[in-house]
Design a protein around this ligand. Structure first.
Ligand SMILES: Nc1ncnc2c1ncn2[C@@H]1O[C@H](COP(=O)(O)OP(=O)(O)OP(=O)(O)O)[C@@H](O)[C@H]1O
Length: 186
């Protein structure tokens, strides 16, 4: 069969020359930090969804209580569709069920121990309901559940994100995954 793509490859790999990776997890688990490190060492185009939403106004206004923009999912997906279709995107967002399943070849869910996450969120100025809701989200493993409900289990990878050593190991793990994706045609 050689290296020619089969119909199956087109289905599984979406016909992309390079994979798309989503890095997700509760706010503060280290998505942006990991993506910056990763994008410096692998040929993926980093897209921070929070920044994109602000920059392109892909929202329905400001939420005072949460101090954040109310995402407009349709506008966001329309904005991303063509870029993702080309492949080679590294997306960073604290949710995963809003995206079409076909977009991603790997969904990384970062996880942080409660006390570590609490300190990070407080250091960032979170308090009140925003702090409580985010802590509960991590304790209940909401994002991991979401990922497992929204994507094939084989595509979902939960990684610890408590320390700089974890981050370095995660960059290595994802880099190795990328190499094997490129060398394995099925
Ligand atoms: N693996 C890690 N080890 C130690 N500190 C980390 C790690 N990952 C992130 N941090 C620190 O935690 C804080 C939050 O990190 P970061 O902004 O990357 O999280 P995030 O998941 O992208 O948050 P958000 O969803 O709000 O954008 C930063 O101060 C960062 O330096």
């Amino acid at each position: 069969m050689g290296n020619e793509a089969t119909d199956d490859d087109m289905g599984v790999r979406g016909g992309r020359a390079a994979p798309n990776i989503l890095v997700t997890g509760t706010p503060g688990t280290g998505k942006t930090s990991l993506c910056h490190q990763l994008a410096a060492s692998v040929p993926l185009q980093y897209i921070n969804i929070g920044d994109l939403v602000k920059e392109k106004e892909l929202h329905d206004g400001w939420d005072e209580e949460y101090q954040s923009w109310n995402l407009n999912e349709d506008k966001l997906c329309d904005e991303l569709e063509d870029r993702v279709a080309e492949g080679g995107c590294l997306l960073d967002y604290h949710g995963c069920e809003l995206f079409p399943e076909r977009w991603f070849d790997l969904v990384v869910v970062l996880q942080t121990d409660n006390s570590v996450l609490y300190d990070r969120l407080v250091a960032r100025g979170y308090s009140g309901r925003k702090l409580e809701d985010n802590m509960e989200c991590e304790i209940m493993q909401v994002i991991l559940e979401e990922a497992r409900e929204s994507y094939e289990h084989s595509k979902v990878l939960a990684l610890p994100s408590n320390s700089v050593e974890d981050m370095e190991q995660n960059v290595e793990t994802i880099s190795q995954w990328l190499k094997s994706w490129k060398s394995n045609p099925s």
